[in-house]
Design a protein around this ligand. Structure first.
Ligand SMILES: [Ca+2]
Length: 286
C-alpha cells in the first residue's frame, strides 16, 4: 500500500469514527417526559380562559402554575405578608385586582361591604370546590386542574381536562391593547390550535358608537396581532373574537377600552386649570 493510499485510509477511518453516532443506552428515554396540569381563570364580567401548563417536576404548586402561564400576575410573597405556610397571595391577574405594592394586595376587601379578590378553586373530578389552603401549598400533578375567579359569583366554569389539553382546540388568551400616537395595537394571545385552522378578528368603535366592520388579525406564533391607525383622539372599545372549527376553550369575544391621544375630559379640564399659571409665567419673563 502506498503512503498516499495508507494516509487516505487513515483519514477515512478517522472521519468514520467522528461521524459514528454515540451508543444509545437501552431503555433510556429519548426526552424528559412532561407533565401537564390545567388552569381555568374567570375575570370580572364573566369572560374566562384556560391554560395547559407543562412541567418536568412530579408536582408544582398552584402559585407556580399561575406564574408559568402567559398571564400577567401580580402576587405578594409570603415574606411580604408576614405569614407562614400560606405561600403567595394573588393580587392581580391581567386587568382584575390590585396593583400591589402601590396598593394593598386585597385593596377591594377593606371597610366592609362587598369583598372582591381572586378566589381559589380546586377541581376534584366532579366539580369545583373552594380551596381551604393557599395556592402555595397546593400540589398539582398530571391532569389536575386549578380555578381562579375574580369576584363573588363562583364557582368557575366547568371545562373538561380533555378539552384543556386538546392541542387542536384554541385556548383563547387575554387580549392587550396598547395606544401610541393615533394608533392602537391589539395583541391577542392564544394556546393550542396546532392544526392551524384557528383565526381571530378585530373590530373597533368609538365609545358607545357604531362598530367598524371586523378585520382579520395576523397570526404569529402564540398570538394574533392587529394595528388600527389614524384614529381621532378619544375613547374606544376594541373587540377581539377568536374562532376555531375544533372548538374554543374560553370566551370567544373580549371587549376592552382604550384611549387615543388626550381623552376629552382632560382636554376640557387642563386648559382651564393651567391657563392662569401659564400667563403668569409669561408675564414674569418679560
Ligand atoms: Ca384548531
Amino acid at each position: 500500500m502506498s503512503h498516499s493510499r495508507l494516509l487516505g485510509l487513515i483519514v477515512a477511518l478517522v472521519l468514520a469514527t467522528i461521524v459514528m453516532p454515540a451508543p444509545v443506552a437501552v431503555g433510556e428515554p429519548s426526552q424528559v417526559s412532561l407533565h401537564q396540569a390545567g388552569l381555568v381563570v374567570q375575570f370580572s364580567g364573566g369572560n374566562f380562559l384556560t391554560r395547559c401548563i407543562e412541567f418536568q417536576e412530579d408536582e408544582i404548586s398552584g402559585t407556580e402554575m399561575l406564574s408559568r402561564s402567559d398571564l400577567r400576575v401580580i402576587l405578594e410573597s409570603a415574606e411580604g405578608m408576614g405569614a407562614t405556610g400560606v405561600g403567595a397571595a394573588i393580587c392581580k391577574i391581567e386587568g382584575d385586582g390590585c396593583d400591589y405594592p402601590d396598593e394593598p394586595c386585597f385593596c377591594q376587601c377593606r371597610g366592609g361591604g362587598q369583598c372582591f379578590y381572586w378566589a381559589y378553586y380546586l377541581w376534584n373530578g366532579d366539580g369545583w370546590r373552594g380551596s381551604g389552603t393557599g395556592s402555595g401549598n397546593r400540589k398539582l400533578g398530571d391532569g389536575d386542574i386549578d380555578g381562579w375567579l375574580w369576584g363573588s359569583t363562583g364557582p368557575p366554569p366547568i371545562v373538561s381536562w380533555d378539552d384543556i389539553h386538546d392541542q387542536a382546540r384554541t385556548s383563547v388568551g387575554y387580549p392587550r391593547v396598547e395606544a401610541a400616537g393615533d394608533s392602537l395595537t391589539i395583541t391577542a394571545p392564544f394556546q393550542g390550535d396546532e392544526n392551524g385552522n384557528g383565526t381571530a378578528s378585530l373590530r373597533v368603535r368609538p365609545m358607545a358608537g357604531i362598530w367598524e366592520e371586523p378585520t382579520d388579525m395576523a397570526r404569529e406564533t402564540n398570538s394574533y396581532i392587529a394595528q388600527v391607525s389614524q384614529l381621532p383622539d378619544g375613547r374606544y372599545e376594541t373587540e377581539v373574537t377568536y374562532n376555531d372549527p375544533d372548538g374554543l376553550n374560553g370566551t370567544a369575544s373580549w371587549i376592552q377600552e382604550a384611549v387615543v391621544g388626550t381623552p376629552m375630559i382632560y382636554m376640557l379640564f387642563i386648559p382651564i386649570h393651567f391657563a392662569p399659571f401659564d400667563l403668569e409665567l409669561r408675564g414674569n419673563a418679560r
